[in-house]
Design a binder for this molecule. Structure first.
Ligand code: NAD
Length: 290
């Protein structure tokens, strides 16, 4: 029987309802969840992404402000803008739109965001909290993949999990989250020999690489949960373009028990996790003040 599809849109919608209930409650106490997104330079695509984000925030009662810095902003100027937001008590969350102009040091800017306000979980301090099993803000895409795995109800304790890809914002944090649930976790990388031999023993298989259809049916253990984080543009034989994941969905679906589609899986859930981190950060800040 083909795998059951994990509907990221539907699960994200439920998370957003819960977030909205929390912001309504906070507003009744006179407390505003206020996210500032920094956009340096910017393109029409970046502006469109930011306006979609503003809509998503508005829909759940988060006040969204876009701080636009001109494309010749220097590193010290960008740091000064971040520091100002760090010290502004009315700002409960901060995020930086990527990419930033080439002359700026993206990693340093992310490190300058106060970890307590870092709603994308990109400050290395937040990865550190995850390593110590005391997560504060979990990187949004990793949190999304993990929540979708949990939504299946499969028992993670003692499960074999394979994460393909080892980035700091997806692969590594997903592996840590699964390990904290007592799964036995392997991280596969480009240097891994016999990728299929590792993957097809996995009860939980997470693909976070960025290579269209890297994983096929031979990589999937019968009955596995397959989470596809990848977003790739693929040109079909007729010349049309299509967004696909790292997993060959049709082949994997024949063997898996649960599988995420691309689009409609991890993507919408990532947005929901950003909103969730934003509300959680605000609640923690309000609790510290009271
Ligand atoms: P990244 O480039 O930072 O990391 C990719 C990782 O894959 C690296 O660790 C690299 O060593 C590893 N890798 C490369 N080739 C490999 C191979 N052949 N076998 C095994 N591992 C290999 O990318 P990222 O930021 O982690 O993103 C991964 C994918 O997820 C991309 O397609 C990206 O667009 C997508 N993504 C989706 C969302 C979402 O919201 N759905 C969010 C972030 C990233």
């Amino acid at each position: 029987m083909p795998a059951q599809i994990i509907d990221g849109n539907a699960i994200a919608a439920k998370v957003k309802e819960q977030i909205k209930a929390r912001t309504v409650q906070l507003k009744a106490q006179g407390r505003v969840v206020h996210l500032v997104a920094i956009l340096v330079g910017g393109s029409p695509a970046a502006e469109m992404y930011a306006s979609r984000q503003a809509e998503a925030c508005k829909a759940v009662g988060i006040e969204y402000e876009l701080l636009k810095l001109h494309d010749e902003t220097t590193q010290p100027q960008a740091i000064a803008a971040i520091e100002k937001l760090n010290h502004d008590a009315s700002v409960t969350g901060i995020m930086l739109h990527l990419p930033v102009p080439k002359l700026l040091n993206e990693a340093e800017l992310q490190q300058r965001i106060d970890p307590l306000k870092d709603v994308e979980g990109v400050n290395p301090a937040n990865l550190g909290f995850l390593v110590s099993s005391k997560p504060l803000n979990i990187p949004c895409t990793a949190a999304a993949a993990f929540e979708l795995i949990k939504s299946t109800g499969v028992n993670l304790r003692g499960a074999e999990a394979v994460v393909v890809g080892a980035s700091e914002i997806v692969g590594k944090p997903v592996a840590l989250l699964l390990s904290d649930e007592r799964a036995t976790v392997q991280i596969c990388r480009s240097a891994t020999p016999d990728l299929a031999g590792h993957c097809n023993k996995a009860d939980i298989l997470v693909a976070a690489v960025g290579r269209a259809h890297l994983l096929g049916g031979e990589h999937v253990k019968p009955g596995a949960v397959v989470i596809d984080v990848g977003i790739n543009r693929m040109t079909l034989p007729d010349g049309t373009k299509k967004t696909v994941g790292d997993v060959d969905f049709d082949a994997a679906r024949e063997k898996a028990c649960f599988i995420t589609p691309v689009p409609g899986g991890v993507g919408p859930m990532t947005v929901a996790m950003l909103l969730q981190n934003t509300v959680r950060s605000a609640e923690a800040a309000f609790a510290r003040k009271s």
